[in-house]
Design a protein around this ligand. Structure first.
Ligand code: 8P2
Length: 453
């Protein structure tokens, strides 16, 4: 990679295109119990020995709860015109329902006002995995009452911030919430129960519908759903591999989008879960229909899929593409998959407005030298994926923005601080911020193609 900023990778995007970065509360804020906040399931999970690499916790994280003014200034210096963040439910409702913690609301109101003062559009995620511990004690997302809890929480935020936040996301990655938290158990709350996971997924969809309706009632006009999407390419032309890829496509890409757009689950879900799949009535399925005003696409990589009856519950497994570059998460670098998945949404769901709400990569960063961090691999990843987004725009996809994951190196869930996705380095000792070369590249791309703030 030449020392000079590489040729920009993309045609001019449409006017009003958002150039942002994304984070989430538990991953960056720290101070999880400050100013009256209640504990979340991630506070408990991270403090459970053995659950997180190196027993890292989000107790400090990026110390954003104290440094938010500095971080807004950092966003402005990068030229961002948008910023996606999440609200920690337990800062607003320490017990999950009932008593509102005004200090929690004030934190997010100050953050939003500071963003607006800098001409940065806030995109607010209502739920990014950190359920109040008090609600998990009452059954959590497996509880039939959970959609109501979520809708009530959402209404509090709509009323507090709806006059200044225009872009709302109900849930971040319901598939990961379900699979990580209730099927595979590597994420909070750490359950491994297929039937419970199917019920949790259903309640998450009910919660999205309830929070969407609650938002409409409050005059909120742009409510989206952020989903992790991953093209599933069969490893061969064999019927077995083709069927395996189709099952994994249903399991990962359509489990949540088909219900919200069509009011039905993919047919493969019954095959995948067998007797663990609940017998949902027609009215229960129809109640899931809640088309989002926009789809938030979190894209990282694709999968090449081979049939494998031992790889349950889908009977399919990923085949590593050893000849291709991979990130520190061992995910193949495959920018064409971003174009493909955006075009897939366009064709399957009627070309809805789309934001790339997360795209980025973890790599083993070099140490900074003379105040510069040359993260060449992350810069190349960003460049190739911006180019891929540009190809989708040329195909007529209604793409309205791109949010890099992530603004800051942060708490990467069960990997702790071992995996770094940031455009900006956060020193593990003093939390000092340092814009990496990838951040400089993004800044230059925004200046040249972004239309500015
Ligand atoms: N892993 N990984 C990085 C990133 C994670 O840090 C985000 O919180 C999730 O929304 C999504 O999984 C993607």
């Amino acid at each position: 990679m030449s020392e000079r900023t590489p040729a920009m990778p993309t045609d001019s995007p449409p006017n009003g295109f958002l150039w942002g970065a994304a984070t989430s509360a538990y991953q960056i804020e720290g101070s999880p119990l400050a100013d009256g906040a209640g504990p979340s399931i991630w506070h408990r999970f991270a403090h459970t020995p053995g659950r997180v690499l190196n027993d890292d916790t989000g107790d400090i994280a990026c110390d954003h709860y104290s440094r938010w003014r500095e971080d807004v200034a950092l966003m402005a210096s990068l030229g961002l015109n948008a910023y996606r963040f999440s609200v920690a439910w337990a800062r607003i409702l320490p017990e999950g329902t009932g008593r509102v913690n005004q200090a929690g609301l004030d934190f997010y109101r100050h953050l939003v006002d500071a963003l607006l003062e800098q001409g940065i559009e806030p995109m607010l995620t209502l739920y990014h995995w950190d359920l109040p511990e008090a609600l998990d004690a009452r059954g959590g997302w497996a509880s039939d009452a959970s959609p109501g809890w979520f809708a009530d929480y959402a209404q509090i935020l709509y009323r507090a911030l709806g006059d200044r936040v225009r872009l709302w996301i109900t849930l971040n990655e319901p598939w990961v919430i379900t699979a990580g938290g209730y099927l595979y158990g590597d994420l909070a709350p750490g359950h491994c129960n297929p039937r419970e996971s199917a019920i949790v997924a259903h309640n998450l969809l009910r919660a999205h519908a309830a929070a969407s309706a609650s938002g409409r009632a409050e005059g909120i006009e742009r409510i989206g759903l952020a989903v992790n999407l991953e093209p599933q390419d069969p490893a061969s032309d064999s019927p077995e591999d083709q069927d395996a890829a189709a099952r994994r496509d249903a399991f990962i890409n359509r489990w949540f989008l088909d219900p919200v757009f069509f009011g039905r689950y993919p047919a493969q879900m019954q095959t995948i879960f067998g007797t663990d799949w609940p017998d949902f009535s027609a009215s229960e399925l129809d109640a899931l229909r809640a088309p989002p005003d926009f789809v938030g696409v979190n894209y990282y990589s694709r999968s090449v899929v081979r049939a494998d009856p031992t790889a349950q519950p889908v009977g399919a497994r990923r085949v590593r593409q050893d000849t291709r570059p991979h990130t520190a998460m061992d995910w193949e670098v495959h920018p064409q998959g971003l174009t493909d998945i955006l075009v897939w949404i366009q064709g399957r769901y009627g070309n809805p407005p789309v934001y790339i709400t997360e795209n980025g990569a973890a790599f083993e960063d070099p140490q900074p030298v003379a105040g510069r961090l040359r993260d060449r691999e992350r810069l190349a990843y960003l460049r190739s994926h911006l180019r891929a987004a540009s190809r989708a725009l040329r195909r007529g996809v209604d793409l309205r923005g791109y949010f890099a994951w992530s603004l800051l190196d942060n708490f990467e869930w069960s990997y702790g601080y071992a995996k770094r996705f940031g455009l900006v380095r956060v020193d593990p000792v003093d939390r000092q911020r340092l814009i990496k070369d990838s951040g400089r590249f993004y800044r230059d791309a925004i200046r040249r193609y972004g239309g500015g703030r």
